[in-house]
Design a protein around this ligand. Sequence first.
Ligand SMILES: [Zn+2]
Length: 343
Amino acid sequence: MLPEGTPPEFPTNLLEFQRMFPDEAACLHYLHRLRWPGGFICESCGAVGEPFLVATRPRVVKCRACERESSVTAGTILHGTKTSLLVWFWAAYLVATQTPGISALELQKKLGIPRYETAYLLLHKLRAAMVRPDVDPIGSQWPLEMDVSFVGGKHKGGGPGRTRKVPVIIAVEVRRTEQRDPQTGKVVKRALAGRVRLQQIPNKSAAAIEKFAKECIAPSAVIRTDDGGEFEGLAACGYGHQPLPMLGNRARMDAWLPLVSAVTANLKAWLDGTFHGVGKQHLQAYLNEFMFRFNRRFYRAVSFRTLLGLGSIRLGPTYRSLYDRDWLHRDAPPSDGGCGKTG
Ligand SMILES: [Zn+2]
């Protein structure tokens, strides 16, 4: 019997996950509830009611009225896979919840996947699901901190021209929160990193910065930077540019751009620690993964579903947890840019 009611919640820890998804049938059950939260509705004839189950194909149901078949995995990366749903669910859970991510070898060992290639492909598919085609601009609601940093491969020595590190633009939303101190009763204001955008650029130049801004930042956003020449064109592009001379003073930099400094340190540690340096060729894929993890660090449940492609399934409007900031912005129109200089 197929369940009815609102879509299922997501487990918040490993034990809950284990209880919720003990076997293949439980994963299937979850997919059914996500796909048809109010009970089965035939997409072909609109008939409502319990469908026929197809014994030989557990991922397929058949409408009792028109006999049209529907697949519970249609539109997800699970569609047509020969790997068990349980393995997929575990992989997505591990990838979504482990802060540093997971390597194919580690995944293979943890889940007892017989072939390395299967684990590799599985991770590859999950990573592909991290790239959203509809990335919306940031900075419409909150000011931004922005900086350029050289990250990636290890320095080979032999002078400045020999580095394999590449320039990356990092922009971070500066959100303000107010919390009342329970002891003093005073309201404490603090800055919190919101969403980030990271992009590998060909060189540290004004043209590269303006191109990035046009693609990723909302027109007339307020942007804080150091006084580097590469940022000089931002004001002419219509942004509220706030440059501050750093005078070679690290403490000054950390005070003016604390969030972008923290994100940069995080990114470098993650790249070095998890992947032992990343080449130029694949850097943007890892930047995408970093962004995916960072922007969803408070929404693990959503990232689990996004990874499995379950976000594309129509979900019941009652499911409030999906409507976090990221999802609210999903259909926002892309920025048409605020700068005429880069065309
Ligand atoms: Zn039907």
